[in-house]
Design a protein around this ligand. Structure first.
Ligand code: IMP
Length: 422
């Protein structure tokens, strides 16, 4: 039995969708365990590109069990819309939804209009996790008791009345309940207690792949607070968001994009100058947010952040993505320390303010070329191999996968024993 967690190591958009899609074929079950419709996992298969927001990337591989765990928050309109789109593309899949997952309801989305300052995705994520913690949230499992469901919705509308009034939002409980119940038939048979389901599969020695959303530096506890998302994006979230116990986890793969990117507000010390940022975005082709279409800011490889991410996730290996985007560059700059005033900072600071005070100490390394589509490590440019070794030395963890392009096949497997079921 193998249980593998895949997490992002920077601020999201590292290419987790491609890695999960690649690994899915070797696993029996794929689980989304946190976040909601704020995520955007882009997967390219042949000529078709899929952008998944709610469902696990395993839906694109036939005959897999897919689970949305209790730690996720679910916008039924977005979920059912995505399911309809998959059906229109003739994708068949098996999906189970935790009865403990919280629903994102229209008042969550309305309330987020107040929170413009941090540049959220406006999908109601923060307000949904807020009502979860306030103990006023509505669970997927509540849908089967319409009276109880309505009571909870009404209590929230009453509670948030002053805020909703000030936003000019005129929501009423009957409309919300009617709208949500209209989605219910599409998912009714999928709703179950996924804690027992997953633990039953563990007993049967099924192999389980847990798919993270966003990245470690957006984690509510460990990220650049307060400019973070509202869930635990780090590996611990895989347990609390699924009910799979920590001692069942065998592998934790950190997806390390060759360069960090960030959408939304917040500091990124290794931010590239505007002209290089533009060149990198052009070379990558798609450095805009998969959910909001906002431009992603790009930075040089940041080992201070990546080392921190390795620690808080307990990584057992790293999947390096998008090194091909740097193809043809003479020089690349890497950051192994920050500086604050004249002090060296080698530990990732605890909050956005302190991180914003840090400047990167950049060191040039020789660039590489002809990475795109390469499928064997031996065929990579020598300078890229040096960079891979530098990552391994800095992070003290092996690089198990190198992705050399968007397609499934553009993948190098260096350490199969660290990523595939035994
Ligand atoms: P929220 O998750 O919509 O509350 O947004 C909080 C922060 O996380 C904002 O800076 C968003 O841009 C960022 N964020 C949320 N989801 C993603 C994602 O999937 N990729 C990258 N950034 C994200």
């Amino acid at each position: 039995m193998t249980v593998t967690v895949v997490v992002g190591m920077y601020w999201g958009d590292e290419g987790k969708g491609k890695i999960v899609d690649y690994l899915a074929d070797s696993y029996d079950v794929i689980v989304r365990y946190q976040g909601g419709a704020n995520a955007g996992h882009t997967v390219k298969i042949g000529k078709e590109t899929y952008v998944l927001h709610c469902v696990p990337s395993g839906v694109l591989t036939p005959d897999k069990e897919n689970v949305i765990g209790n730690g996720a928050v679910i916008d039924l309109q977005a979920l059912v819309g995505e399911m309809t789109e998959l059906s229109s593309k003739k994708k068949e899949y098996k999906l189970y939804i935790s009865n403990r997952a919280h629903l994102t309801l229209p008042y969550h989305i309305a309330l987020e209009k107040r929170d413009g300052a941090i540049g959220t995705t406006k999908r109601g994520i923060g307000p949904t996790y807020t009502t979860k913690v306030e103990r006023t949230g509505v669970l997927v499992g509540d849908l089967k008791n319409p009276d109880y469901f309505r009571k909870k919705v009404q209590a929230n509308l009453d509670r948030y009345k002053p805020a909703l009034d000030s936003l000019g939002e005129k929501l009423n409980a009957d409309d919300i309940v009617a709208q949500q119940l209209s989605f219910y038939p599409a998912i009714e048979d999928m709703i179950t207690d996924t804690v027992y389901l997953l633990n039953g599969w563990l007993k049967e020695c099924k192999n389980i792949l847990l798919e993270g959303a966003q990245g470690a530096l957006l984690d509510i506890c460990f990220g650049t607070y307060p400019l973070v998302t509202s869930s635990n994006t780090t590996a611990g979230g895989a347990c609390t968001g699924s009910g799979i116990p920590p001692n069942a986890i065998t592998n934790i793969i950190g997806v390390l994009k060759a360069y960090p990117t960030r959408v939304g507000e917040g500091p990124m010390p290794t931010l590239m100058p505007d002209d290089i940022n533009e060149e990198v975005r052009k070379a990558a082709g798609d450095e805009v947010g998969a959910t909001t279409r906002r431009i992603r800011r790009c930075g040089w490889p940041d080992f201070v952040a990546a080392k921190y991410s390795k620690i808080v996730n307990g990584l057992t290996s790293v999947a390096l993505t998008k090194p091909d985007v740097f193809d043809g560059r003479q020089q690349i700059f890497i950051c192994e320390n920050y500086k604050r005033g004249d002090k060296i900072v080698s530990k990732f600071p605890a909050g956005a303010y302190d991180l914003g005070e840090c400047k990167p100490e950049l060191r040039p390394i020789d660039g590489w070329n002809n990475t795109s589509g390469v499928t064997s490590y031996e065929k990579l440019h020598d300078n890229l191999k040096v960079h891979v070794e530098l990552i391994e030395q800095n992070l003290a963890v092996p690089v198990s996968i190198i992705s050399t392009g968007k397609e499934r096949d553009s993948t190098i497997i260096r350490r199969p024993e660290l990523i595939f079921p035994k």
